[in-house]
Design a protein around this ligand. Sequence first.
Ligand SMILES: Nc1ncnc2c1ncn2[C@@H]1O[C@H](COP(=O)(O)OP(=O)(O)O)[C@@H](O)[C@H]1O
Ligand SMILES: [Mg+2]
Length: 236
Amino acid sequence: MQSSKLAALGEMSASVSHELNQPLAAMKTYIAGAQLLIRRRRTEEAVASFHRIDDLIERMTAITRQLKSYARKGSEDVAPVDLRRSVDAALSIMEPQLNRLKTEVVTDMPPEPVIVLADRLRLEQVIINLLRNALDALKPQADRRIEILLSRGNQAVLSVRDNGPGIVDLDGLFEPFYTTKAPGEGVGLGLAISTGIVKDFGGRLTAHNGASGGAVFEVTLPLHAASGPQKTAAAE
Ligand SMILES: Nc1ncnc2c1ncn2[C@@H]1O[C@H](COP(=O)(O)OP(=O)(O)O)[C@@H](O)[C@H]1O
Ligand SMILES: [Mg+2]
């Protein structure tokens, strides 16, 4: 029993440090930006950078707070979340890295809310993980493009596709510690963690290669009843 507790602890700490890395990387960029802005006496813009840093600190606090709730796993704090907001939030966290790698991002989302029951931050973590992976895959090439499509039929489907080389091993992908990245660049936990999160919300995370190349990741989640009267009500 002790050793299985230790294993769980190891898994949890690996996952927490993994999730803290994205906001840390973003913070580093914003701090460098703020320094530059202050030197150029563009105070207003520097203040805006500090606000974003503040948001990131809050996010990190929320992530470490999960450490406490981990003990009583299962009592997940879910609430209605608009997936469009989650996509926007994830994109704003990844913005510095997307810009640095000059990556074109195309989003296609419905005009009406797409509501699912989830923990907002953890759902954003999933999207951040998918974006990070897409960026890693796109890094070696010159033309980089990521598409984020959100649709709602019977379920909410969020797909993240890139124009990279595609997935080599579709079976190993979701295994913890499966990685094709160099040591220090990947530990192979992102997708394992993300699958767990999506499952907790009653959904699925799947992967395939696009017909015209590139990797496609799909998050499917049950729609929350409050998703709006629009389509469902009209159909009844
Ligand atoms: N967008 C993608 N394109 C190609 N391969 C991918 C993509 N996303 C994930 N993979 C593959 O899945 C592996 C596991 O991903 P992940 O669990 O996030 O761990 P890590 O990013 O640390 O390697 C990656 O090492 C890579 O081989
Ligand atoms: Mg990853």
